[in-house]
Design a protein around this ligand. Structure first.
Ligand SMILES: *Cc1c(COP(=O)(O)O)cnc(C)c1O
Length: 404
């Protein structure tokens, strides 16, 4: 089965199992793993014709590899994108998606609530090369409108954002960005390719950290960039080919295995996340809960317009600031303290002292990241066990001691 699967009208969970598979003459069931750095030619003429682009032949795994290509085809079909390139990490994907087309004198506008390393690229790396970068509050359409009132080469945004799960209006921002001449790059990690389709709202390029839900089992790092064939082949491919953020074929194979169960995992984790958000919202000691699938999310109508469900992350604020947050996290026995997310194991992180420590207190305050905020990545455990573990964390010390 190949790219025709899209035309055949197959549904996402079917595509996740079948799309992109190309069997060797041995007829293997699973995707073959081509752990090879290079490829050989029948003769000198075939090598010449390959380099002239006259025949299709793999040349070198930095440029392309059959196992990596299977992953790229499957991701492209799932996203509804014309083309995809996989990379070694999510950050390699973001970096390549920006640097492959930006140049000195260009201007980039980004939502302020970005993954830490994406924030670093925009705030620190791009200005070094004479690229002007401007941050806006992603939820503030007037701010986008003002920032995009002058010619702009690129817009980078993340929705829902990490860790406060703010939503950016994809349609409205894409329209403003296109009027300013910008290529819109959307980091769709939190929504996953199943719950939100940025291309359908006008985005030009979608990036993933495959490390998160796509592997989703804590094994490998990976990334992907998706867009039109013209942009991927014209802008991205020469950059990737010559700068070398290639993914290992082994990791690509692991990610292909992860994709087979992505729909099952995201569906189960999302249902548990909704149940946990509802439970936390009525728990004493919890000041506030943010979950895009709940009616009390400040942008719930917008979230449900562009996402089919609220996703696998829940953010909440405990009463009592950092000491109370740490007390809760340290009382957990099942949920791991880890800054990873999208994993089959539930994880909590305290953004103010980890992922968002370096941005400083002022920027944290602007993003709403108080010292009581905890981000919960909901895993595949029985949701009743996750709730019991959180209850243990929420118990007052006297009650906890009584219980033991
Ligand atoms: C993890 C993550 C990245 C970076 O991906 P890596 O695979 O860790 O390099 C980028 N954006 C978001 C939203 C992420 O969660």
């Amino acid at each position: 089965m190949n790219d025709d699967t899209r035309q055949a009208g197959l549904r996402p969970s079917t595509l996740l199992v079948h799309a992109g598979t190309e069997r060797t003459p041995y007829g293997e069931t699973s995707e073959a793993m081509f752990l090879t750095s290079g490829f050989v030619y029948d003769d000198a003429e075939q090598a010449e014709a390959t380099f002239l682009g006259q025949v299709e032949h793999y040349q070198y795994s930095r440029f392309g590899n059959p196992t990596v290509a299977a992953l790229e085809r499957r991701l492209a079909v799932l996203e509804g994108a014309e083309a995809c390139r996989a990379t070694a990490t999510g950050m390699a994907a973001v970096h390549a998606a920006l640097l492959c087309h930006l140049k000195a004198g260009d201007r980039l506008v980004a939502s302020r609530a970005l993954f830490g390393s994406c924030h670093w690229i925009v705030a620190n790396l791009l200005p070094r090369y004479g690229i002007e970068s401007v941050f806006v509050d992603g939820a503030d359409l007037a701010a986008w409108e003002q920032a995009l009132s002058v010619p702009t080469a690129c817009v980078l945004l993340e929705t829902p954002s990490n860790p406060m799960l703010d939503i950016v209006d994809l349609r409205a921002v894409c329209d403003l960005a296109h009027a300013a001449g910008a290529v819109v790059v959307v980091d769709n990690v939190f929504a996953t390719p199943l719950l939100q389709h940025p291309l359908a709202f006008g985005a030009d390029v979608v990036v993933y950290s495959c490390t998160k839900h796509i592997d989703g089992q804590g094994r490998v790092l990976g990334g992907a960039v998706l867009g039109t064939k013209a942009w991927i082949e014209g802008a991205l491919q020469p950059f990737i080919r010559n700068t070398g953020p290639a993914i290992s074929p082994f990791n690509a194979w692991v990610l292909l295995k992860g994709l087979e169960t992505l729909a099952l995992r995201v569906d189960a984790m999302t249902r548990s996340a909704m149940a946990l958000a509802d439970h936390l919202a009525q728990s004493p000691g919890i000041a506030r809960v943010w979950y895009p699938g709940r009616a009390d999310h400040p942008q719930s109508a917008l979230a449900m317009r562009q996402m089919s469900a609220g996703g696998t992350l829940v953010t909440f604020e405990v009463e009592g600031g950092k000491p109370a947050a740490f007390r809760l996290m340290n009382a957990l026995r099942l949920i791991a303290v880890s800054n990873n997310l999208g994993d089959s194991r539930s994880m909590v992180t305290h953004p103010a002292t980890t992922t968002h420590m370096r941005i400083g207190p002022e920027e944290r305050a602007r993003l709403g990241i108080t010292d009581g905020v905890i981000r919960l990545s909901v895993g595949l455990e029985d949701p009743r066990d996750i709730i019991d573990d959180l209850e243990r964390g929420l118990a007052r010390p006297d009650r906890l001691q009584a219980a033991e």
